[in-house]
Structure formats: C-alpha cells, structure tokens
Design a protein around this ligand. Sequence first.
Ligand code: SAM
Length: 421
Amino acid sequence: MEKYKYTQTWFLQVEIKDELLNFISDKDEHNILEIGCFEGLSSVFFSDNLLNYPSSSMICVDPFLTINNNDHNEFLRGEAEANFDYNISQSKNFTKITVYKTTSDDFFLTNDQTFDFIYVDGCHLPDFVSRDMENSFKCLKVNGIMWMDDYCKTTECKEAMDNFLKLHINQYTIIHKGYQLAIKKLSPIDNESCYEIYVLSYNNCEREERMIKRFNEIKITPNICSFKENDNRVRILIENGVDKSHAGGLGCFFNFLKLMEDFYANSSKEFGIFLENDVFIKKQLGFDLPNVCYNLKKLNLDVLLIGYLLDDTPDAWGLTLLHIDEFGNKYYDFGDNVYGTQGFILTRSQAKYFIDKYTIDYVLDTKETIAADWIYTKQGNKALLYPPLVVEEGIIEGNHYGQVSFHRSCKEFLYNDSFTS
Ligand SMILES: C[S@@+](CC[C@H](N)C(=O)[O-])C[C@H]1O[C@@H](n2cnc3c(N)ncnc32)[C@H](O)[C@@H]1O
C-alpha cells in the first residue's frame, strides 16, 4: 500500500477483496475487464493478485475527465487520473494491462474480446448500470464472474441490478449478495440452474391440466409424476396389519418418497422442489427460485417450506423470524406449528436421508406418525418462506366443516395477483 498514491479507499471497504479469491484462483489464466478505475486501487489489486499467469491480461476502462458529465467529477478534479497512471505502473503485472480512457459505452462499441472476470464499478446512474451489465454479460465467458459494486448504494442502483437479474433468469447463479452483487454465468446446458421441480399429480385430469397450463404460462417445465394408487409399500403395510383407513395418508407419504427417489437417481441438481398439483404458482417462480435456493444454502437449511396452510401472517402466528433476504422474502422458524406439503424444497442430502430412513421395515416398526406433512417438512434444519411460492387452490373434498373453511381462509389470506390463476 505504501508505494501507491490514493485519496479514496472505497475498495478497502467492499466485500470483493476478501471474497473474490474464494471463486477464482490466483494461479490460473485470467482475462479481466474493469469498468471504472478511478485511482486504480481495484486495478492494482487485480494486477497484483490475478494476473500472475503468463498469458493473463486486463483491460481498464475509465473516461476520467474526457467527458462532461462524469458522475465522479467532484473526485476527479485533483490528481485522480495521474494517480491511476502512477499506481498501475507500480503494480506487479503492469505490462499485462491495457487502458482505454473512454466511456464503457464507447469501449463496448468496438470490443470483440471475451473475459472470465468483469468488475463493474463505473457510472452509477441506473441507465448506465443497466447498459454496463448487459454489455458485460454479453462478453462474459461461460462460468465467468461478473462482480458489481454498489448494489445497495441507492434504490435506483439496486432496482437496475434486480431488473437485470429478472431479465436473465436462469442464465446465472448468484455467488455473492451483500453491499455488492456477483453472478456466475451458466452455460446454456445447465441454465435450468440448481433445482429440479417435481409435481405429485393425484389422478385427477382436470387438476393436472390446470397445473400444466400454469407452468406453461410461466415457461417452466416441471416433472409431472402420477400418483400410484397401488403403491407396493402401502400394500405391504396393509398386509402387515396397518389400519386401511390410513392408506390415503400413507399413499401420499410414499408417493412423495418416490419423487425423492426419482430426483436422487435421475437428477444431479442440488435442490429438489416438490409440489402438490392443486396449487397456484408465483408468476415469478423462475426468478425467485435461484435466489431462494441461494438463501437456503446460506442459512444452512435442509428443508424450506414454500407452500403451506397459514390464515394470517407468520408474525401473527407467533413464528420466529430467522432472516430477510435482499428481495424482502422472510424465512421463519415454524417449529411444529405449520402444516401443509403444498410445496417444499429439499437439499439433495435431505432427500437421500428420507430415502434411506423410511424403508418399509423402518415404517413397519416405528411408532412415528407416518404422514408427509409430519415428516418431510418437520425434520432437519428447516424454515418457512413468506410470502409463499405456491398457494393451495383451497378446494378440498370432505365434510369436516372446520377443515374445509380453514383451507379456504388460508387461500383467501395467501393468494394475490402475483400468482397464476
Ligand atoms: C467508484 S469509481 C471506481 C473506483 C475503483 N473501481 C476502485 O474501487 O478503486 C467510478 C469510476 O467510474 C468512472 N466512470 C464514470 N462514468 C463512466 C463511464 N461512462 N464508463 C466508464 N467509467 C466511468 C469514473 O471516472 C470513476 O473513476
């Protein structure tokens, strides 16, 4: 630090300098693009740490005072540009740096190179942020990292970045979200992201058709799996004296288990999303799921309940708030109080845990209550997501008035026009 000249040390306050080396190695080849360099504190960090491999290179883009309306004018009037020139000349891999003293828009007009790491820290006006993200993402290599400063600087900055995330859903994974935002570009093959969706389809054609229509509307293809009335495991249990009146609940339990077995055997995704087939789906499901899965991992959860029976807010139900994510979604500890298996997410290892544990021999011997909403959403490190991602239609068969009206009032409370109809 002593040999360099800085008047501002913004870069020392942000997460990238501690986090970046968790995602890229200082020993590999890197082709870096940096938009917005100022005195070169970030440029020097990249030059000193990431350009060691012989063929590595970095392009630095900053117009300094060559344009009239630079949003950093007030900082640039002094020695900033001279400091930049001096600082990078002192950095470890100076000879691998090319500088463009122009705007990022002008740079992108003629650029034909691609990069595996791009740091976006130029003009912070929302239109500029959007264009820098769009243009950068186009020349970002698959598996490359795009790291944005000032995600939380202003609501406008955040909105611009969130809009980019919405527009490019399934084309990236979020690898960091704090004051800064960082994403990794996915290849078109794995752009379905980190999860696989399974819908347990009870044998009711109309319900199934409604679900297919809803998924078509939001452009997502789930695995629709038919409910097996004659599940072999239920038959064995009944032959062994289990009360027939429990067959329906047991059928549901084992059919969900079958979905988990399919997920574990046929998918390599990190998360399984399991849904019943009588639910309205959040229109932004494709946008919400990568973010929710990211938070599930961050909170070290095994299970996240995303569709359930609540007829009032979790706070009114007395649940404990664990976390609020960047998009305002709330994660609650729900103890044993909330029911419903309308929608839940399991990690791969939790699905395996259920598959291994609930063998027919175990179920025959156990005194545990074997029911889907007593087991699958009540074990492991668990939380409930509010607002939910799916809401039960609220049409239930049966003549227990309390149950029928409770389901109906849950639907009335939870459903709104952010869900499919
Ligand atoms: C926050 S500073 C960069 C700080 C630097 N990355 C660091 O961490 O030390 C923002 C820089 O963006 C530059 N800038 C402003 N408008 C720009 C544009 N249209 N294209 C590229 N850079 C721009 C400014 O000149 C300023 O130097």
